[in-house]
Design a protein around this ligand. Structure first.
Ligand code: SF4
Length: 219
């Protein structure tokens, strides 16, 4: 049997940086990781073995801790403020590309746009993003798109969205809202694009594909 490895694979830099920080933290038994640092069972096992507490990302702000780690997926400013009140130290490992997504959405909102987020409702990254928005909706698939009663529509996407899905949804938004001014800011991250491209290239060369990763990862 011939095994062909994808050209690009493995953890992205955002998650690697978060892991590096986590591994350097002193007194791990005093650290609470707020959510799944990465959707990877082996890493989660490592966190548990280090003695760190990990609280579910769907759980509310955890009880007081000496130190809290915000994951690469990020949280809203509101949530970060709450965490800061509940810990002596907050170690924020939010990926710079998730920060960019927050900034782009915020800038669109500040310019008067209604924000349409392409992404999975309830996913921790989306939850962190919309936590600071006032007028928004989340669209996961083309059939979710509606006619919106706003003249300015600003569209961003979860960093791990499939580019072809984002393209179709943006087209559908335009079709259903012909009178609106539509502005799409591409916030899909480069590591995601590279991995998706590598998978697309492999598809023509293999009979079966094995994807190694957490089943709940949006990647
Ligand atoms: S935004 Fe991209 S690079 Fe950053 S943590 Fe998410 S998947 Fe990784």
């Amino acid at each position: 049997m011939k095994v062909i490895r994808a050209k690009t694979m493995g953890m992205c830099f955002g998650v690697q940086d978060a892991l590096t920080l986590m591994r350097k933290l002193p007194n791990p038994q005093e650290v609470t990781v707020y959510g799944e640092l990465v959707h990877n069972p082996e890493v989660l096992e490592e966190i548990a073995q280090r003695g760190m507490t990990m609280v579910s990302e769907t759980q509310r702000v955890p009880p007081f801790s000496k130190a809290i780690v915000v994951t690469a997926h990020g949280v809203s400013e509101t949530e970060k403020h709450q965490l800061a009140q509940n810990a002596e130290q907050v170690h924020d490992t939010t990926c710079p590309l998730v920060r960019r997504l927050h900034q782009k959405a915020q800038a669109l909102q500040d310019s008067g746009y209604f924000i349409i987020v392409i992404g999975k409702p309830g996913h921790v990254e989306v939850k962190g993003l919309i936590g600071d928005l006032q007028t928004y909706t989340v669209v996961e698939k083309p059939d979710d798109v509606q006619s919106y009663s706003h003249p300015l529509l600003g569209v961003v996407s979860q960093t791990t969205t499939q580019p072809s899905v984002a393209k179709t949804i943006v087209q559908r938004i335009g079709e259903k809202n012909p009178a609106a001014h539509l502005k799409y800011v591409d916030t899909i991250c480069k590591p995601t694009r590279e991995r998706q491209q590598a998978v697309a290239e492999l598809l023509n060369q293999v009979e079966a594909m094995v994807v190694v990763g957490g089943a709940n990862s949006n990647n």
